[in-house]
Design a protein around this ligand. Structure first.
Ligand code: AMP
Length: 463
């Protein structure tokens, strides 16, 4: 079971067989930031499902030869996975495929069920055997079982939604249809669009729709089921408004790509507003504002604009590495591989350094060391998120409280540990200004969870 599945999902539906492999490749590449552990693609071809999935990055898993080997297809479902819960091995690669007398399914999931343990235990007690440690398999199992009695696949999915609690943006491929589902809280993003030649596209983020050559039509409403089949696109809204909307605010702060628009709000603009709010909450006398690439840069621009302190590029990112946090563990200092300071910019300067978050505190300390080595005179760290005080049960990799530095230390203690002159976090009260009045989930900052949460939430509970 993946309690922290920060993933990317994608789907495509065409009315006649065509080259969906290239289009899916573009989309999966654009969703790489949502997960770098494994990726996969299942296509529906005239001869049945064809799939390819493996651990690794999109560019490695899908070689030119693999792509050319895909036959023409009428529908596709794809996934990029960052499962910090459940093993990272091949068996947890998605999309999950189910071959069953009731019909075949391929399913890709972003999010985390808060009641996965109870659902899985109930299924196992009734004889179910699971092959993965991912909660996505639980969803696939429930849909397959429900499908035996329901009048249609959409009705089966709708009935299963009544049993699921937590975060799920799903793309489901069947023999005849492509279904997309956003959970009634709308925790994770999901939007859809269309290419000029009429191929329907659905993706976790709008950047993937555009990368695949489509235009975005809109986000799915929380609770909505969209069905693509030979009659076109149909929306089912019986679960809409059944729950309060609580989209993950951290999607805007860190997780999503800045060129994506989620529920009508540009991620880039939200980050700029976070920087502006940070400047108001924690002003400081300094010479230059710099951002930690990539997610700290927009907030640094906002801080600079609101404070009048010039913005500069003080840190360079090596383009050949992925997100530090996600990279495999080892003895190496990953920050030193990923970032370097531009000495001519930072030497002798009093810096405002903007980053998006502090989890355990390791990354910031290492960045500060790089800047000191390059001659920075003062470093005032400003974080464009509030302190992480509580774990996330809906798919963001926020660890248990004992690993969250802010739950054990005051900002002054953290500043001393990291080695900065001052430290200021975005106040929780500033979060609404980021996304202009949309409702959101901030449980990792506030401890207010929008659903019940099962007591056992260990990342490896099904390993
Ligand atoms: P740490 O060294 O544990 O304090 O890690 C902080 C860094 O991890 C920040 O610079 C963030 O950009 C990044 N980060 C924070 N939360 C997450 C997350 N849920 N998934 C991946 N990376 C994250």
């Amino acid at each position: 079971m993946s309690l922290h599945e920060e993933c990317g999902v994608f789907g495509a539906y065409a009315s006649a067989p065509c080259d969906l492999a290239s289009l899916s490749y573009y989309a999966l590449y654009a969703l790489q930031h949502r997960g770098q552990e494994s990726c996969g693609l299942v296509m529906r071809t005239p001869a049945g499902f064809v799939s390819h999935k493996d651990v690794g990055l999109v560019g490695d898993v899908f070689s030119a030869q693999t792509l050319q080997g895909f036959p023409s297809a009428t529908a596709a479902v794809g996934h990029t996975r960052y499962g910090t819960t459940g093993g990272s091995g091949r068996r947890n690669c998605q999309p999950i495929e189910v071959h069953h007398c009731g019909g075949d399914l391929a399913l890709a999931h972003n999010g985390n069920l808060a009641n996965a343990a109870a659902l899985r235990a109930a299924l196992e007690r009734n004889g179910a055997i699971f092959h993965t440690s991912s909660d996505t398999e639980t969803i696939a199992y429930l849909i397959t079982r429900e499908r035996l009695h329901a009048p249609s696949l959409v009705e089966a999915v709708s009935r299963v939604m009544l049993q699921l609690e937590g975060a799920y943006s799903l793309v489901i491929l069947s023999d005849h249809r492509l279904l997309c589902v956003r959970d009634p809280h709308g925790f994770r993003p999901l939007c859809y669009g269309c290419t000029p030649d009429g191929t329907w596209l659905v993706a976790s983020e709008s950047c993937a729709i555009r990368a695949a050559g489509g235009s975005v039509l809109r986000d799915l409403q929380p609770g909505e089921i969209l069905v693509f089949d030979e009659t076109g696109c149909t929306s089912h809204r019986e679960h809409c408004s059944s729950q309060a909307k609580t989209t993950c605010i951290f999607e805007y702060i860190y997780f999503a790509r800045p060129d994506s628009v989620i529920d009508g709000v540009s991620v880039h603009e939200a980050r700029i507003r976070a920087g502006e709010a940070l400047a108001k909450a924690h002003p400081v006398d300094a010479d230059l504002v710099i951002g930690v690439p990539d997610s700290g840069v927009a907030a640094a621009l906002g801080y600079s604009a609101a404070s009048g302190i010039p913005y500069g590029i003080g840190l360079m990112k090596n383009n050949y590495v992925g997100r530090t946090f996600i990279a495999p563990d080892g003895r190496l200092d990953k920050v030193r591989i990923k970032l370097s300071a531009i000495e001519s910019v930072v030497r002798g300067r009093r810096l405002v350094l903007i980053d998006d978050s502090i989890v355990r505190g390791t990354t910031s300390g290492r960045i500060v060391r790089l800047l000191r080595e390059a001659g920075a005179k003062e470093i005032h760290l400003r974080i464009s998120a509030p302190p992480f005080l509580h774990p996330c049960y809906y798919g963001t990799d926020i660890d248990s409280e004992e690993h969250l530095i802010a739950s054990r230390r005051t900002p002054e203690e953290i500043a001393a540990m990291i080695g900065v002159e001052s430290l200021g976090y975005l106040p929780v009260s500033a979060l609404p200004s980021l996304i202009g009045g949309h409702a959101y989930c901030d449980a990792c900052f506030s401890g207010r969870y929008p659903t019940a949460v099962a007591p056992n939430t260990r990342k490896d509970q099904f390993e």
